[in-house]
Design a binder for this molecule. Structure first.
Ligand SMILES: [Zn+2]
Length: 356
């Protein structure tokens, strides 16, 4: 069995001076934790904030890619890049963790298909079409809906990603954008880190109808671990806590990651958020159950969003606990074959079809 997490925001943490070779505190992902968690590979997201214009966005993505390359160079005894499932299985045989690269936000492209080719050539194998704002490609689920779905350029991007063999990630895009992607893509697509809206009403989550359309096209939804996406109850708990007022402390730390006091302050806020009543990690399996009840076992997997979330489910504090999801699935009567599919088999089925 190959255990894959399809979405970790770890490159952003490298920018905040995390050394992935160490077992860091206040961290979700590093090589020691991945090893303890039995995780064999992950997509590391090159996350580009929607606030950046095209030129800045491209420079930021390039910086993250460069820092990730330096990290990989320094950890050759522990990890290696993979761009296909075959490479990942080979890495596993050699005892190496596989890092796949995903680009989270198409904003660095501006309106250039050549830039898509550039990121493909640098090893990027999925692209999340947008983040928290509409961009030149499509509308975001969190924004004003500039295009009413995919833009004309966005349709070209879909066609070009199909041609290149780059996986289309529909997490973060608006419902209309999602249906446009399903209409225009000749290959199956993936939601690399999304939950079910039937269980938690957040607009980042997918409706039952969207999950059915995704599965009918051969795709997969990878369940996100963010408490706000898992359970509406956490929104109420968080809002009542008053901790939203302290979120600017993270922005201050990000601006100045070498400042130890700012790091401590942000760590303390994270501790306060983690001390709230959080949904149990078994809620992740509730979302798996829901997808299975809609479309069967072949269309669901795991994309934690670790290192991109400031709070985790109870019992799933970092990636070293990843396999507890599989234990809970066993308790609920899933077979080993089912678990293998959720752990990575389903994602790789789609990935192989797209990259072939
Ligand atoms: Zn995301």
């Amino acid at each position: 069995m190959f255990v894959l997490d399809s979405h970790c925001d770890t490159p952003s943490q490298i920018l905040r001076l995390r050394d992935l070779s160490l077992d860091n505190d206040h961290a979700h992902v590093d090589f020691p934790k991945l090893a303890r968690g039995g995780v064999d590979g992950a997509f590391f997201a090159i996350y580009v904030p929607a606030s950046l214009g095209q030129v800045e966005a491209e420079a930021y993505a390039d910086l993250l890619l460069e820092r990730l390359n330096v990290t990989m160079e320094a950890n050759q005894d522990k990890a290696a890049y993979a761009q296909t499932s075959d490479q990942a299985f080979l890495n596993k045989e050699k005892g190496l963790f596989s890092v796949f690269i995903g680009l989270e936000n198409g904003s660095p492209l501006g309106t250039s298909l050549e830039k898509l080719q550039k990121y493909y050539d640098q090893g990027v194998r999925y692209m999340t079409l947008c983040h928290s704002a509409d961009n030149e490609i499509c509308d975001s689920c969190a924004a004003a809906k500039r295009w009413g779905g995919l833009s004309p350029f966005g349709r070209e991007v879909v066609r070009e990603m199909n041609r290149l063999g780059m996986l289309i990630d529909v997490s973060h895009i608006s419902d209309d954008s999602f249906y446009d992607v399903i209409r225009h893509s000749s290959k199956p697509v993936v939601a690399t880190h999304s939950c079910c809206r039937a269980l938690a009403s957040h607009p980042r989550n997918m409706t039952d109808d969207m999950i059915k359309a995704l599965a009918a096209a051969g795709g997969v939804i990878q369940i996100n671990f963010y408490p706000f996406f898992l359970d509406d109850g956490f929104r109420k708990v968080f809002d009542a806590s008053g901790l939203a007022e302290k979120e600017h402390i993270e922005a201050e730390f990000i601006k100045d990651p070498a400042d130890e006091k700012k790091r401590q302050s942000w760590n303390q806020v994270q501790d306060e958020i983690q001390s709230l009543q959080r949904p149990s990690y078994t809620r992740i399996v509730d979302h798996i159950d829901h997808v299975v009840s809609l479309v069967g076992i072949d269309h669901v997997g795991l994309g934690s969003d670790f290192d991109g979330i400031e709070v985790t489910p109870e019992g799933m504090e970092d990636i070293s606990k990843f396999s507890l999801v599989f234990d809970e699935m066993r308790r609920r009567g899933y077979t080993e074959e089912d678990i293998e599919k959720v752990a990575g088999g389903n994602f790789f089925r789609v990935f192989d079809q797209v990259t072939a």
